[in-house]
Design a binder for this molecule. Structure first.
Ligand SMILES: Cc1cc2nc3c(=O)[nH]c(=O)nc-3n(C[C@H](O)[C@H](O)[C@H](O)COP(=O)(O)O)c2cc1C
Length: 213
């Protein structure tokens, strides 16, 4: 079982990455192989909206994109993984532009003929997972936990968008509010929650597969 994280904070030593790393430790404790894609380390260019990736070659699992950067290598591992942790700080009440840029490029996992414009895109071969793969989310923010709906929900929705046609459902959502003035003790409790999230992701995938395959 392989769990990958798509980590959208530019601060590699920040709270979002520390929670993500701890979540992956939780996944590893349940027997998963893990990898943390700290997206800031990769060359991820903006989608140019040309449509090449989703308009052509419906037989491919990943549509070809004319942009030469690191997205293809991330997507190659993405399609091989069994579970996902999407994490981001809240920036202007949304996920960071860094992870949003990656999320837009995931449209290469869909196919849409011109006749299908106006409809939801179709998953490319091998992409629709019939819920055998699952995802969990982590969002950090300065606004405290009472503001999860305002700061966290828009991020969850962005993460979930493509998961709809990938047929991947969400297990846990961890909102960590008040990060900038949190005591070490308080943060330690959140790290434990992150560990549990990672562990639970693996256990939930395993249980679902045992019951449904
Ligand atoms: C450009 C920018 C915008 C931000 N916008 C918000 C916001 O809308 N709501 C909020 O609660 N915190 C906001 N913050 C605070 C970050 O969410 C917080 O610093 C971050 O979650 C900490 O995670 P990190 O340690 O990984 O950077 C913002 C921070 C920056 C730099």
């Amino acid at each position: 079982m392989k769990i990958i994280a798509l980590m959208g904070s530019p601060r590699l030593k920040g709270k979002c990455n520390r929670l993500t790393q701890r979540a992956l430790e939780g996944a590893a404790s349940a027997g998963a192989e893990t990898r943390n894609f700290e997206l800031i380390k990769f060359n991820i260019k903006y989608c140019l909206g040309c449509g090449t990736c989703f308009l052509n070659k419906p037989e491919l699992t990943i549509g070809t994109c004319p942009i030469k950067d690191d997205v293809r290598l991330i997507l190659d591992e993405y399609v091989q993984a069994d579970g996902y942790i999407f994490s981001s700080p809240s920036y202007d009440m949304f996920c960071t532009a860094l992870i949003k840029t990656f999320l837009e490029r995931k449209i290469a996992l869909t196919y849409k003929s011109r006749e299908m414009f106006g409809k939801i895109p179709a998953a490319r071969p091998g992409i629709a997972q019939n819920f055998m793969k699952k995802a969990s989310f982590i969002v950090t923010a300065n606004c405290d936990d009472t503001l999860e709906e305002v700061m966290g929900e828009p991020c969850y929705e962005a993460f979930e968008a493509h998961l709809l046609f990938e047929e991947i459902d969400t297990v846990d959502k961890l909102y960590c509010g008040g990060v900038e003035n949190m005591t070490d003790e308080e943060f330690e409790a959140r790290l434990q929650k992150a560990f549990d999230l990672g562990k639970n992701l693996v256990e939930t995938i395993r249980k679902y597969r045992a019951e449904n395959s």
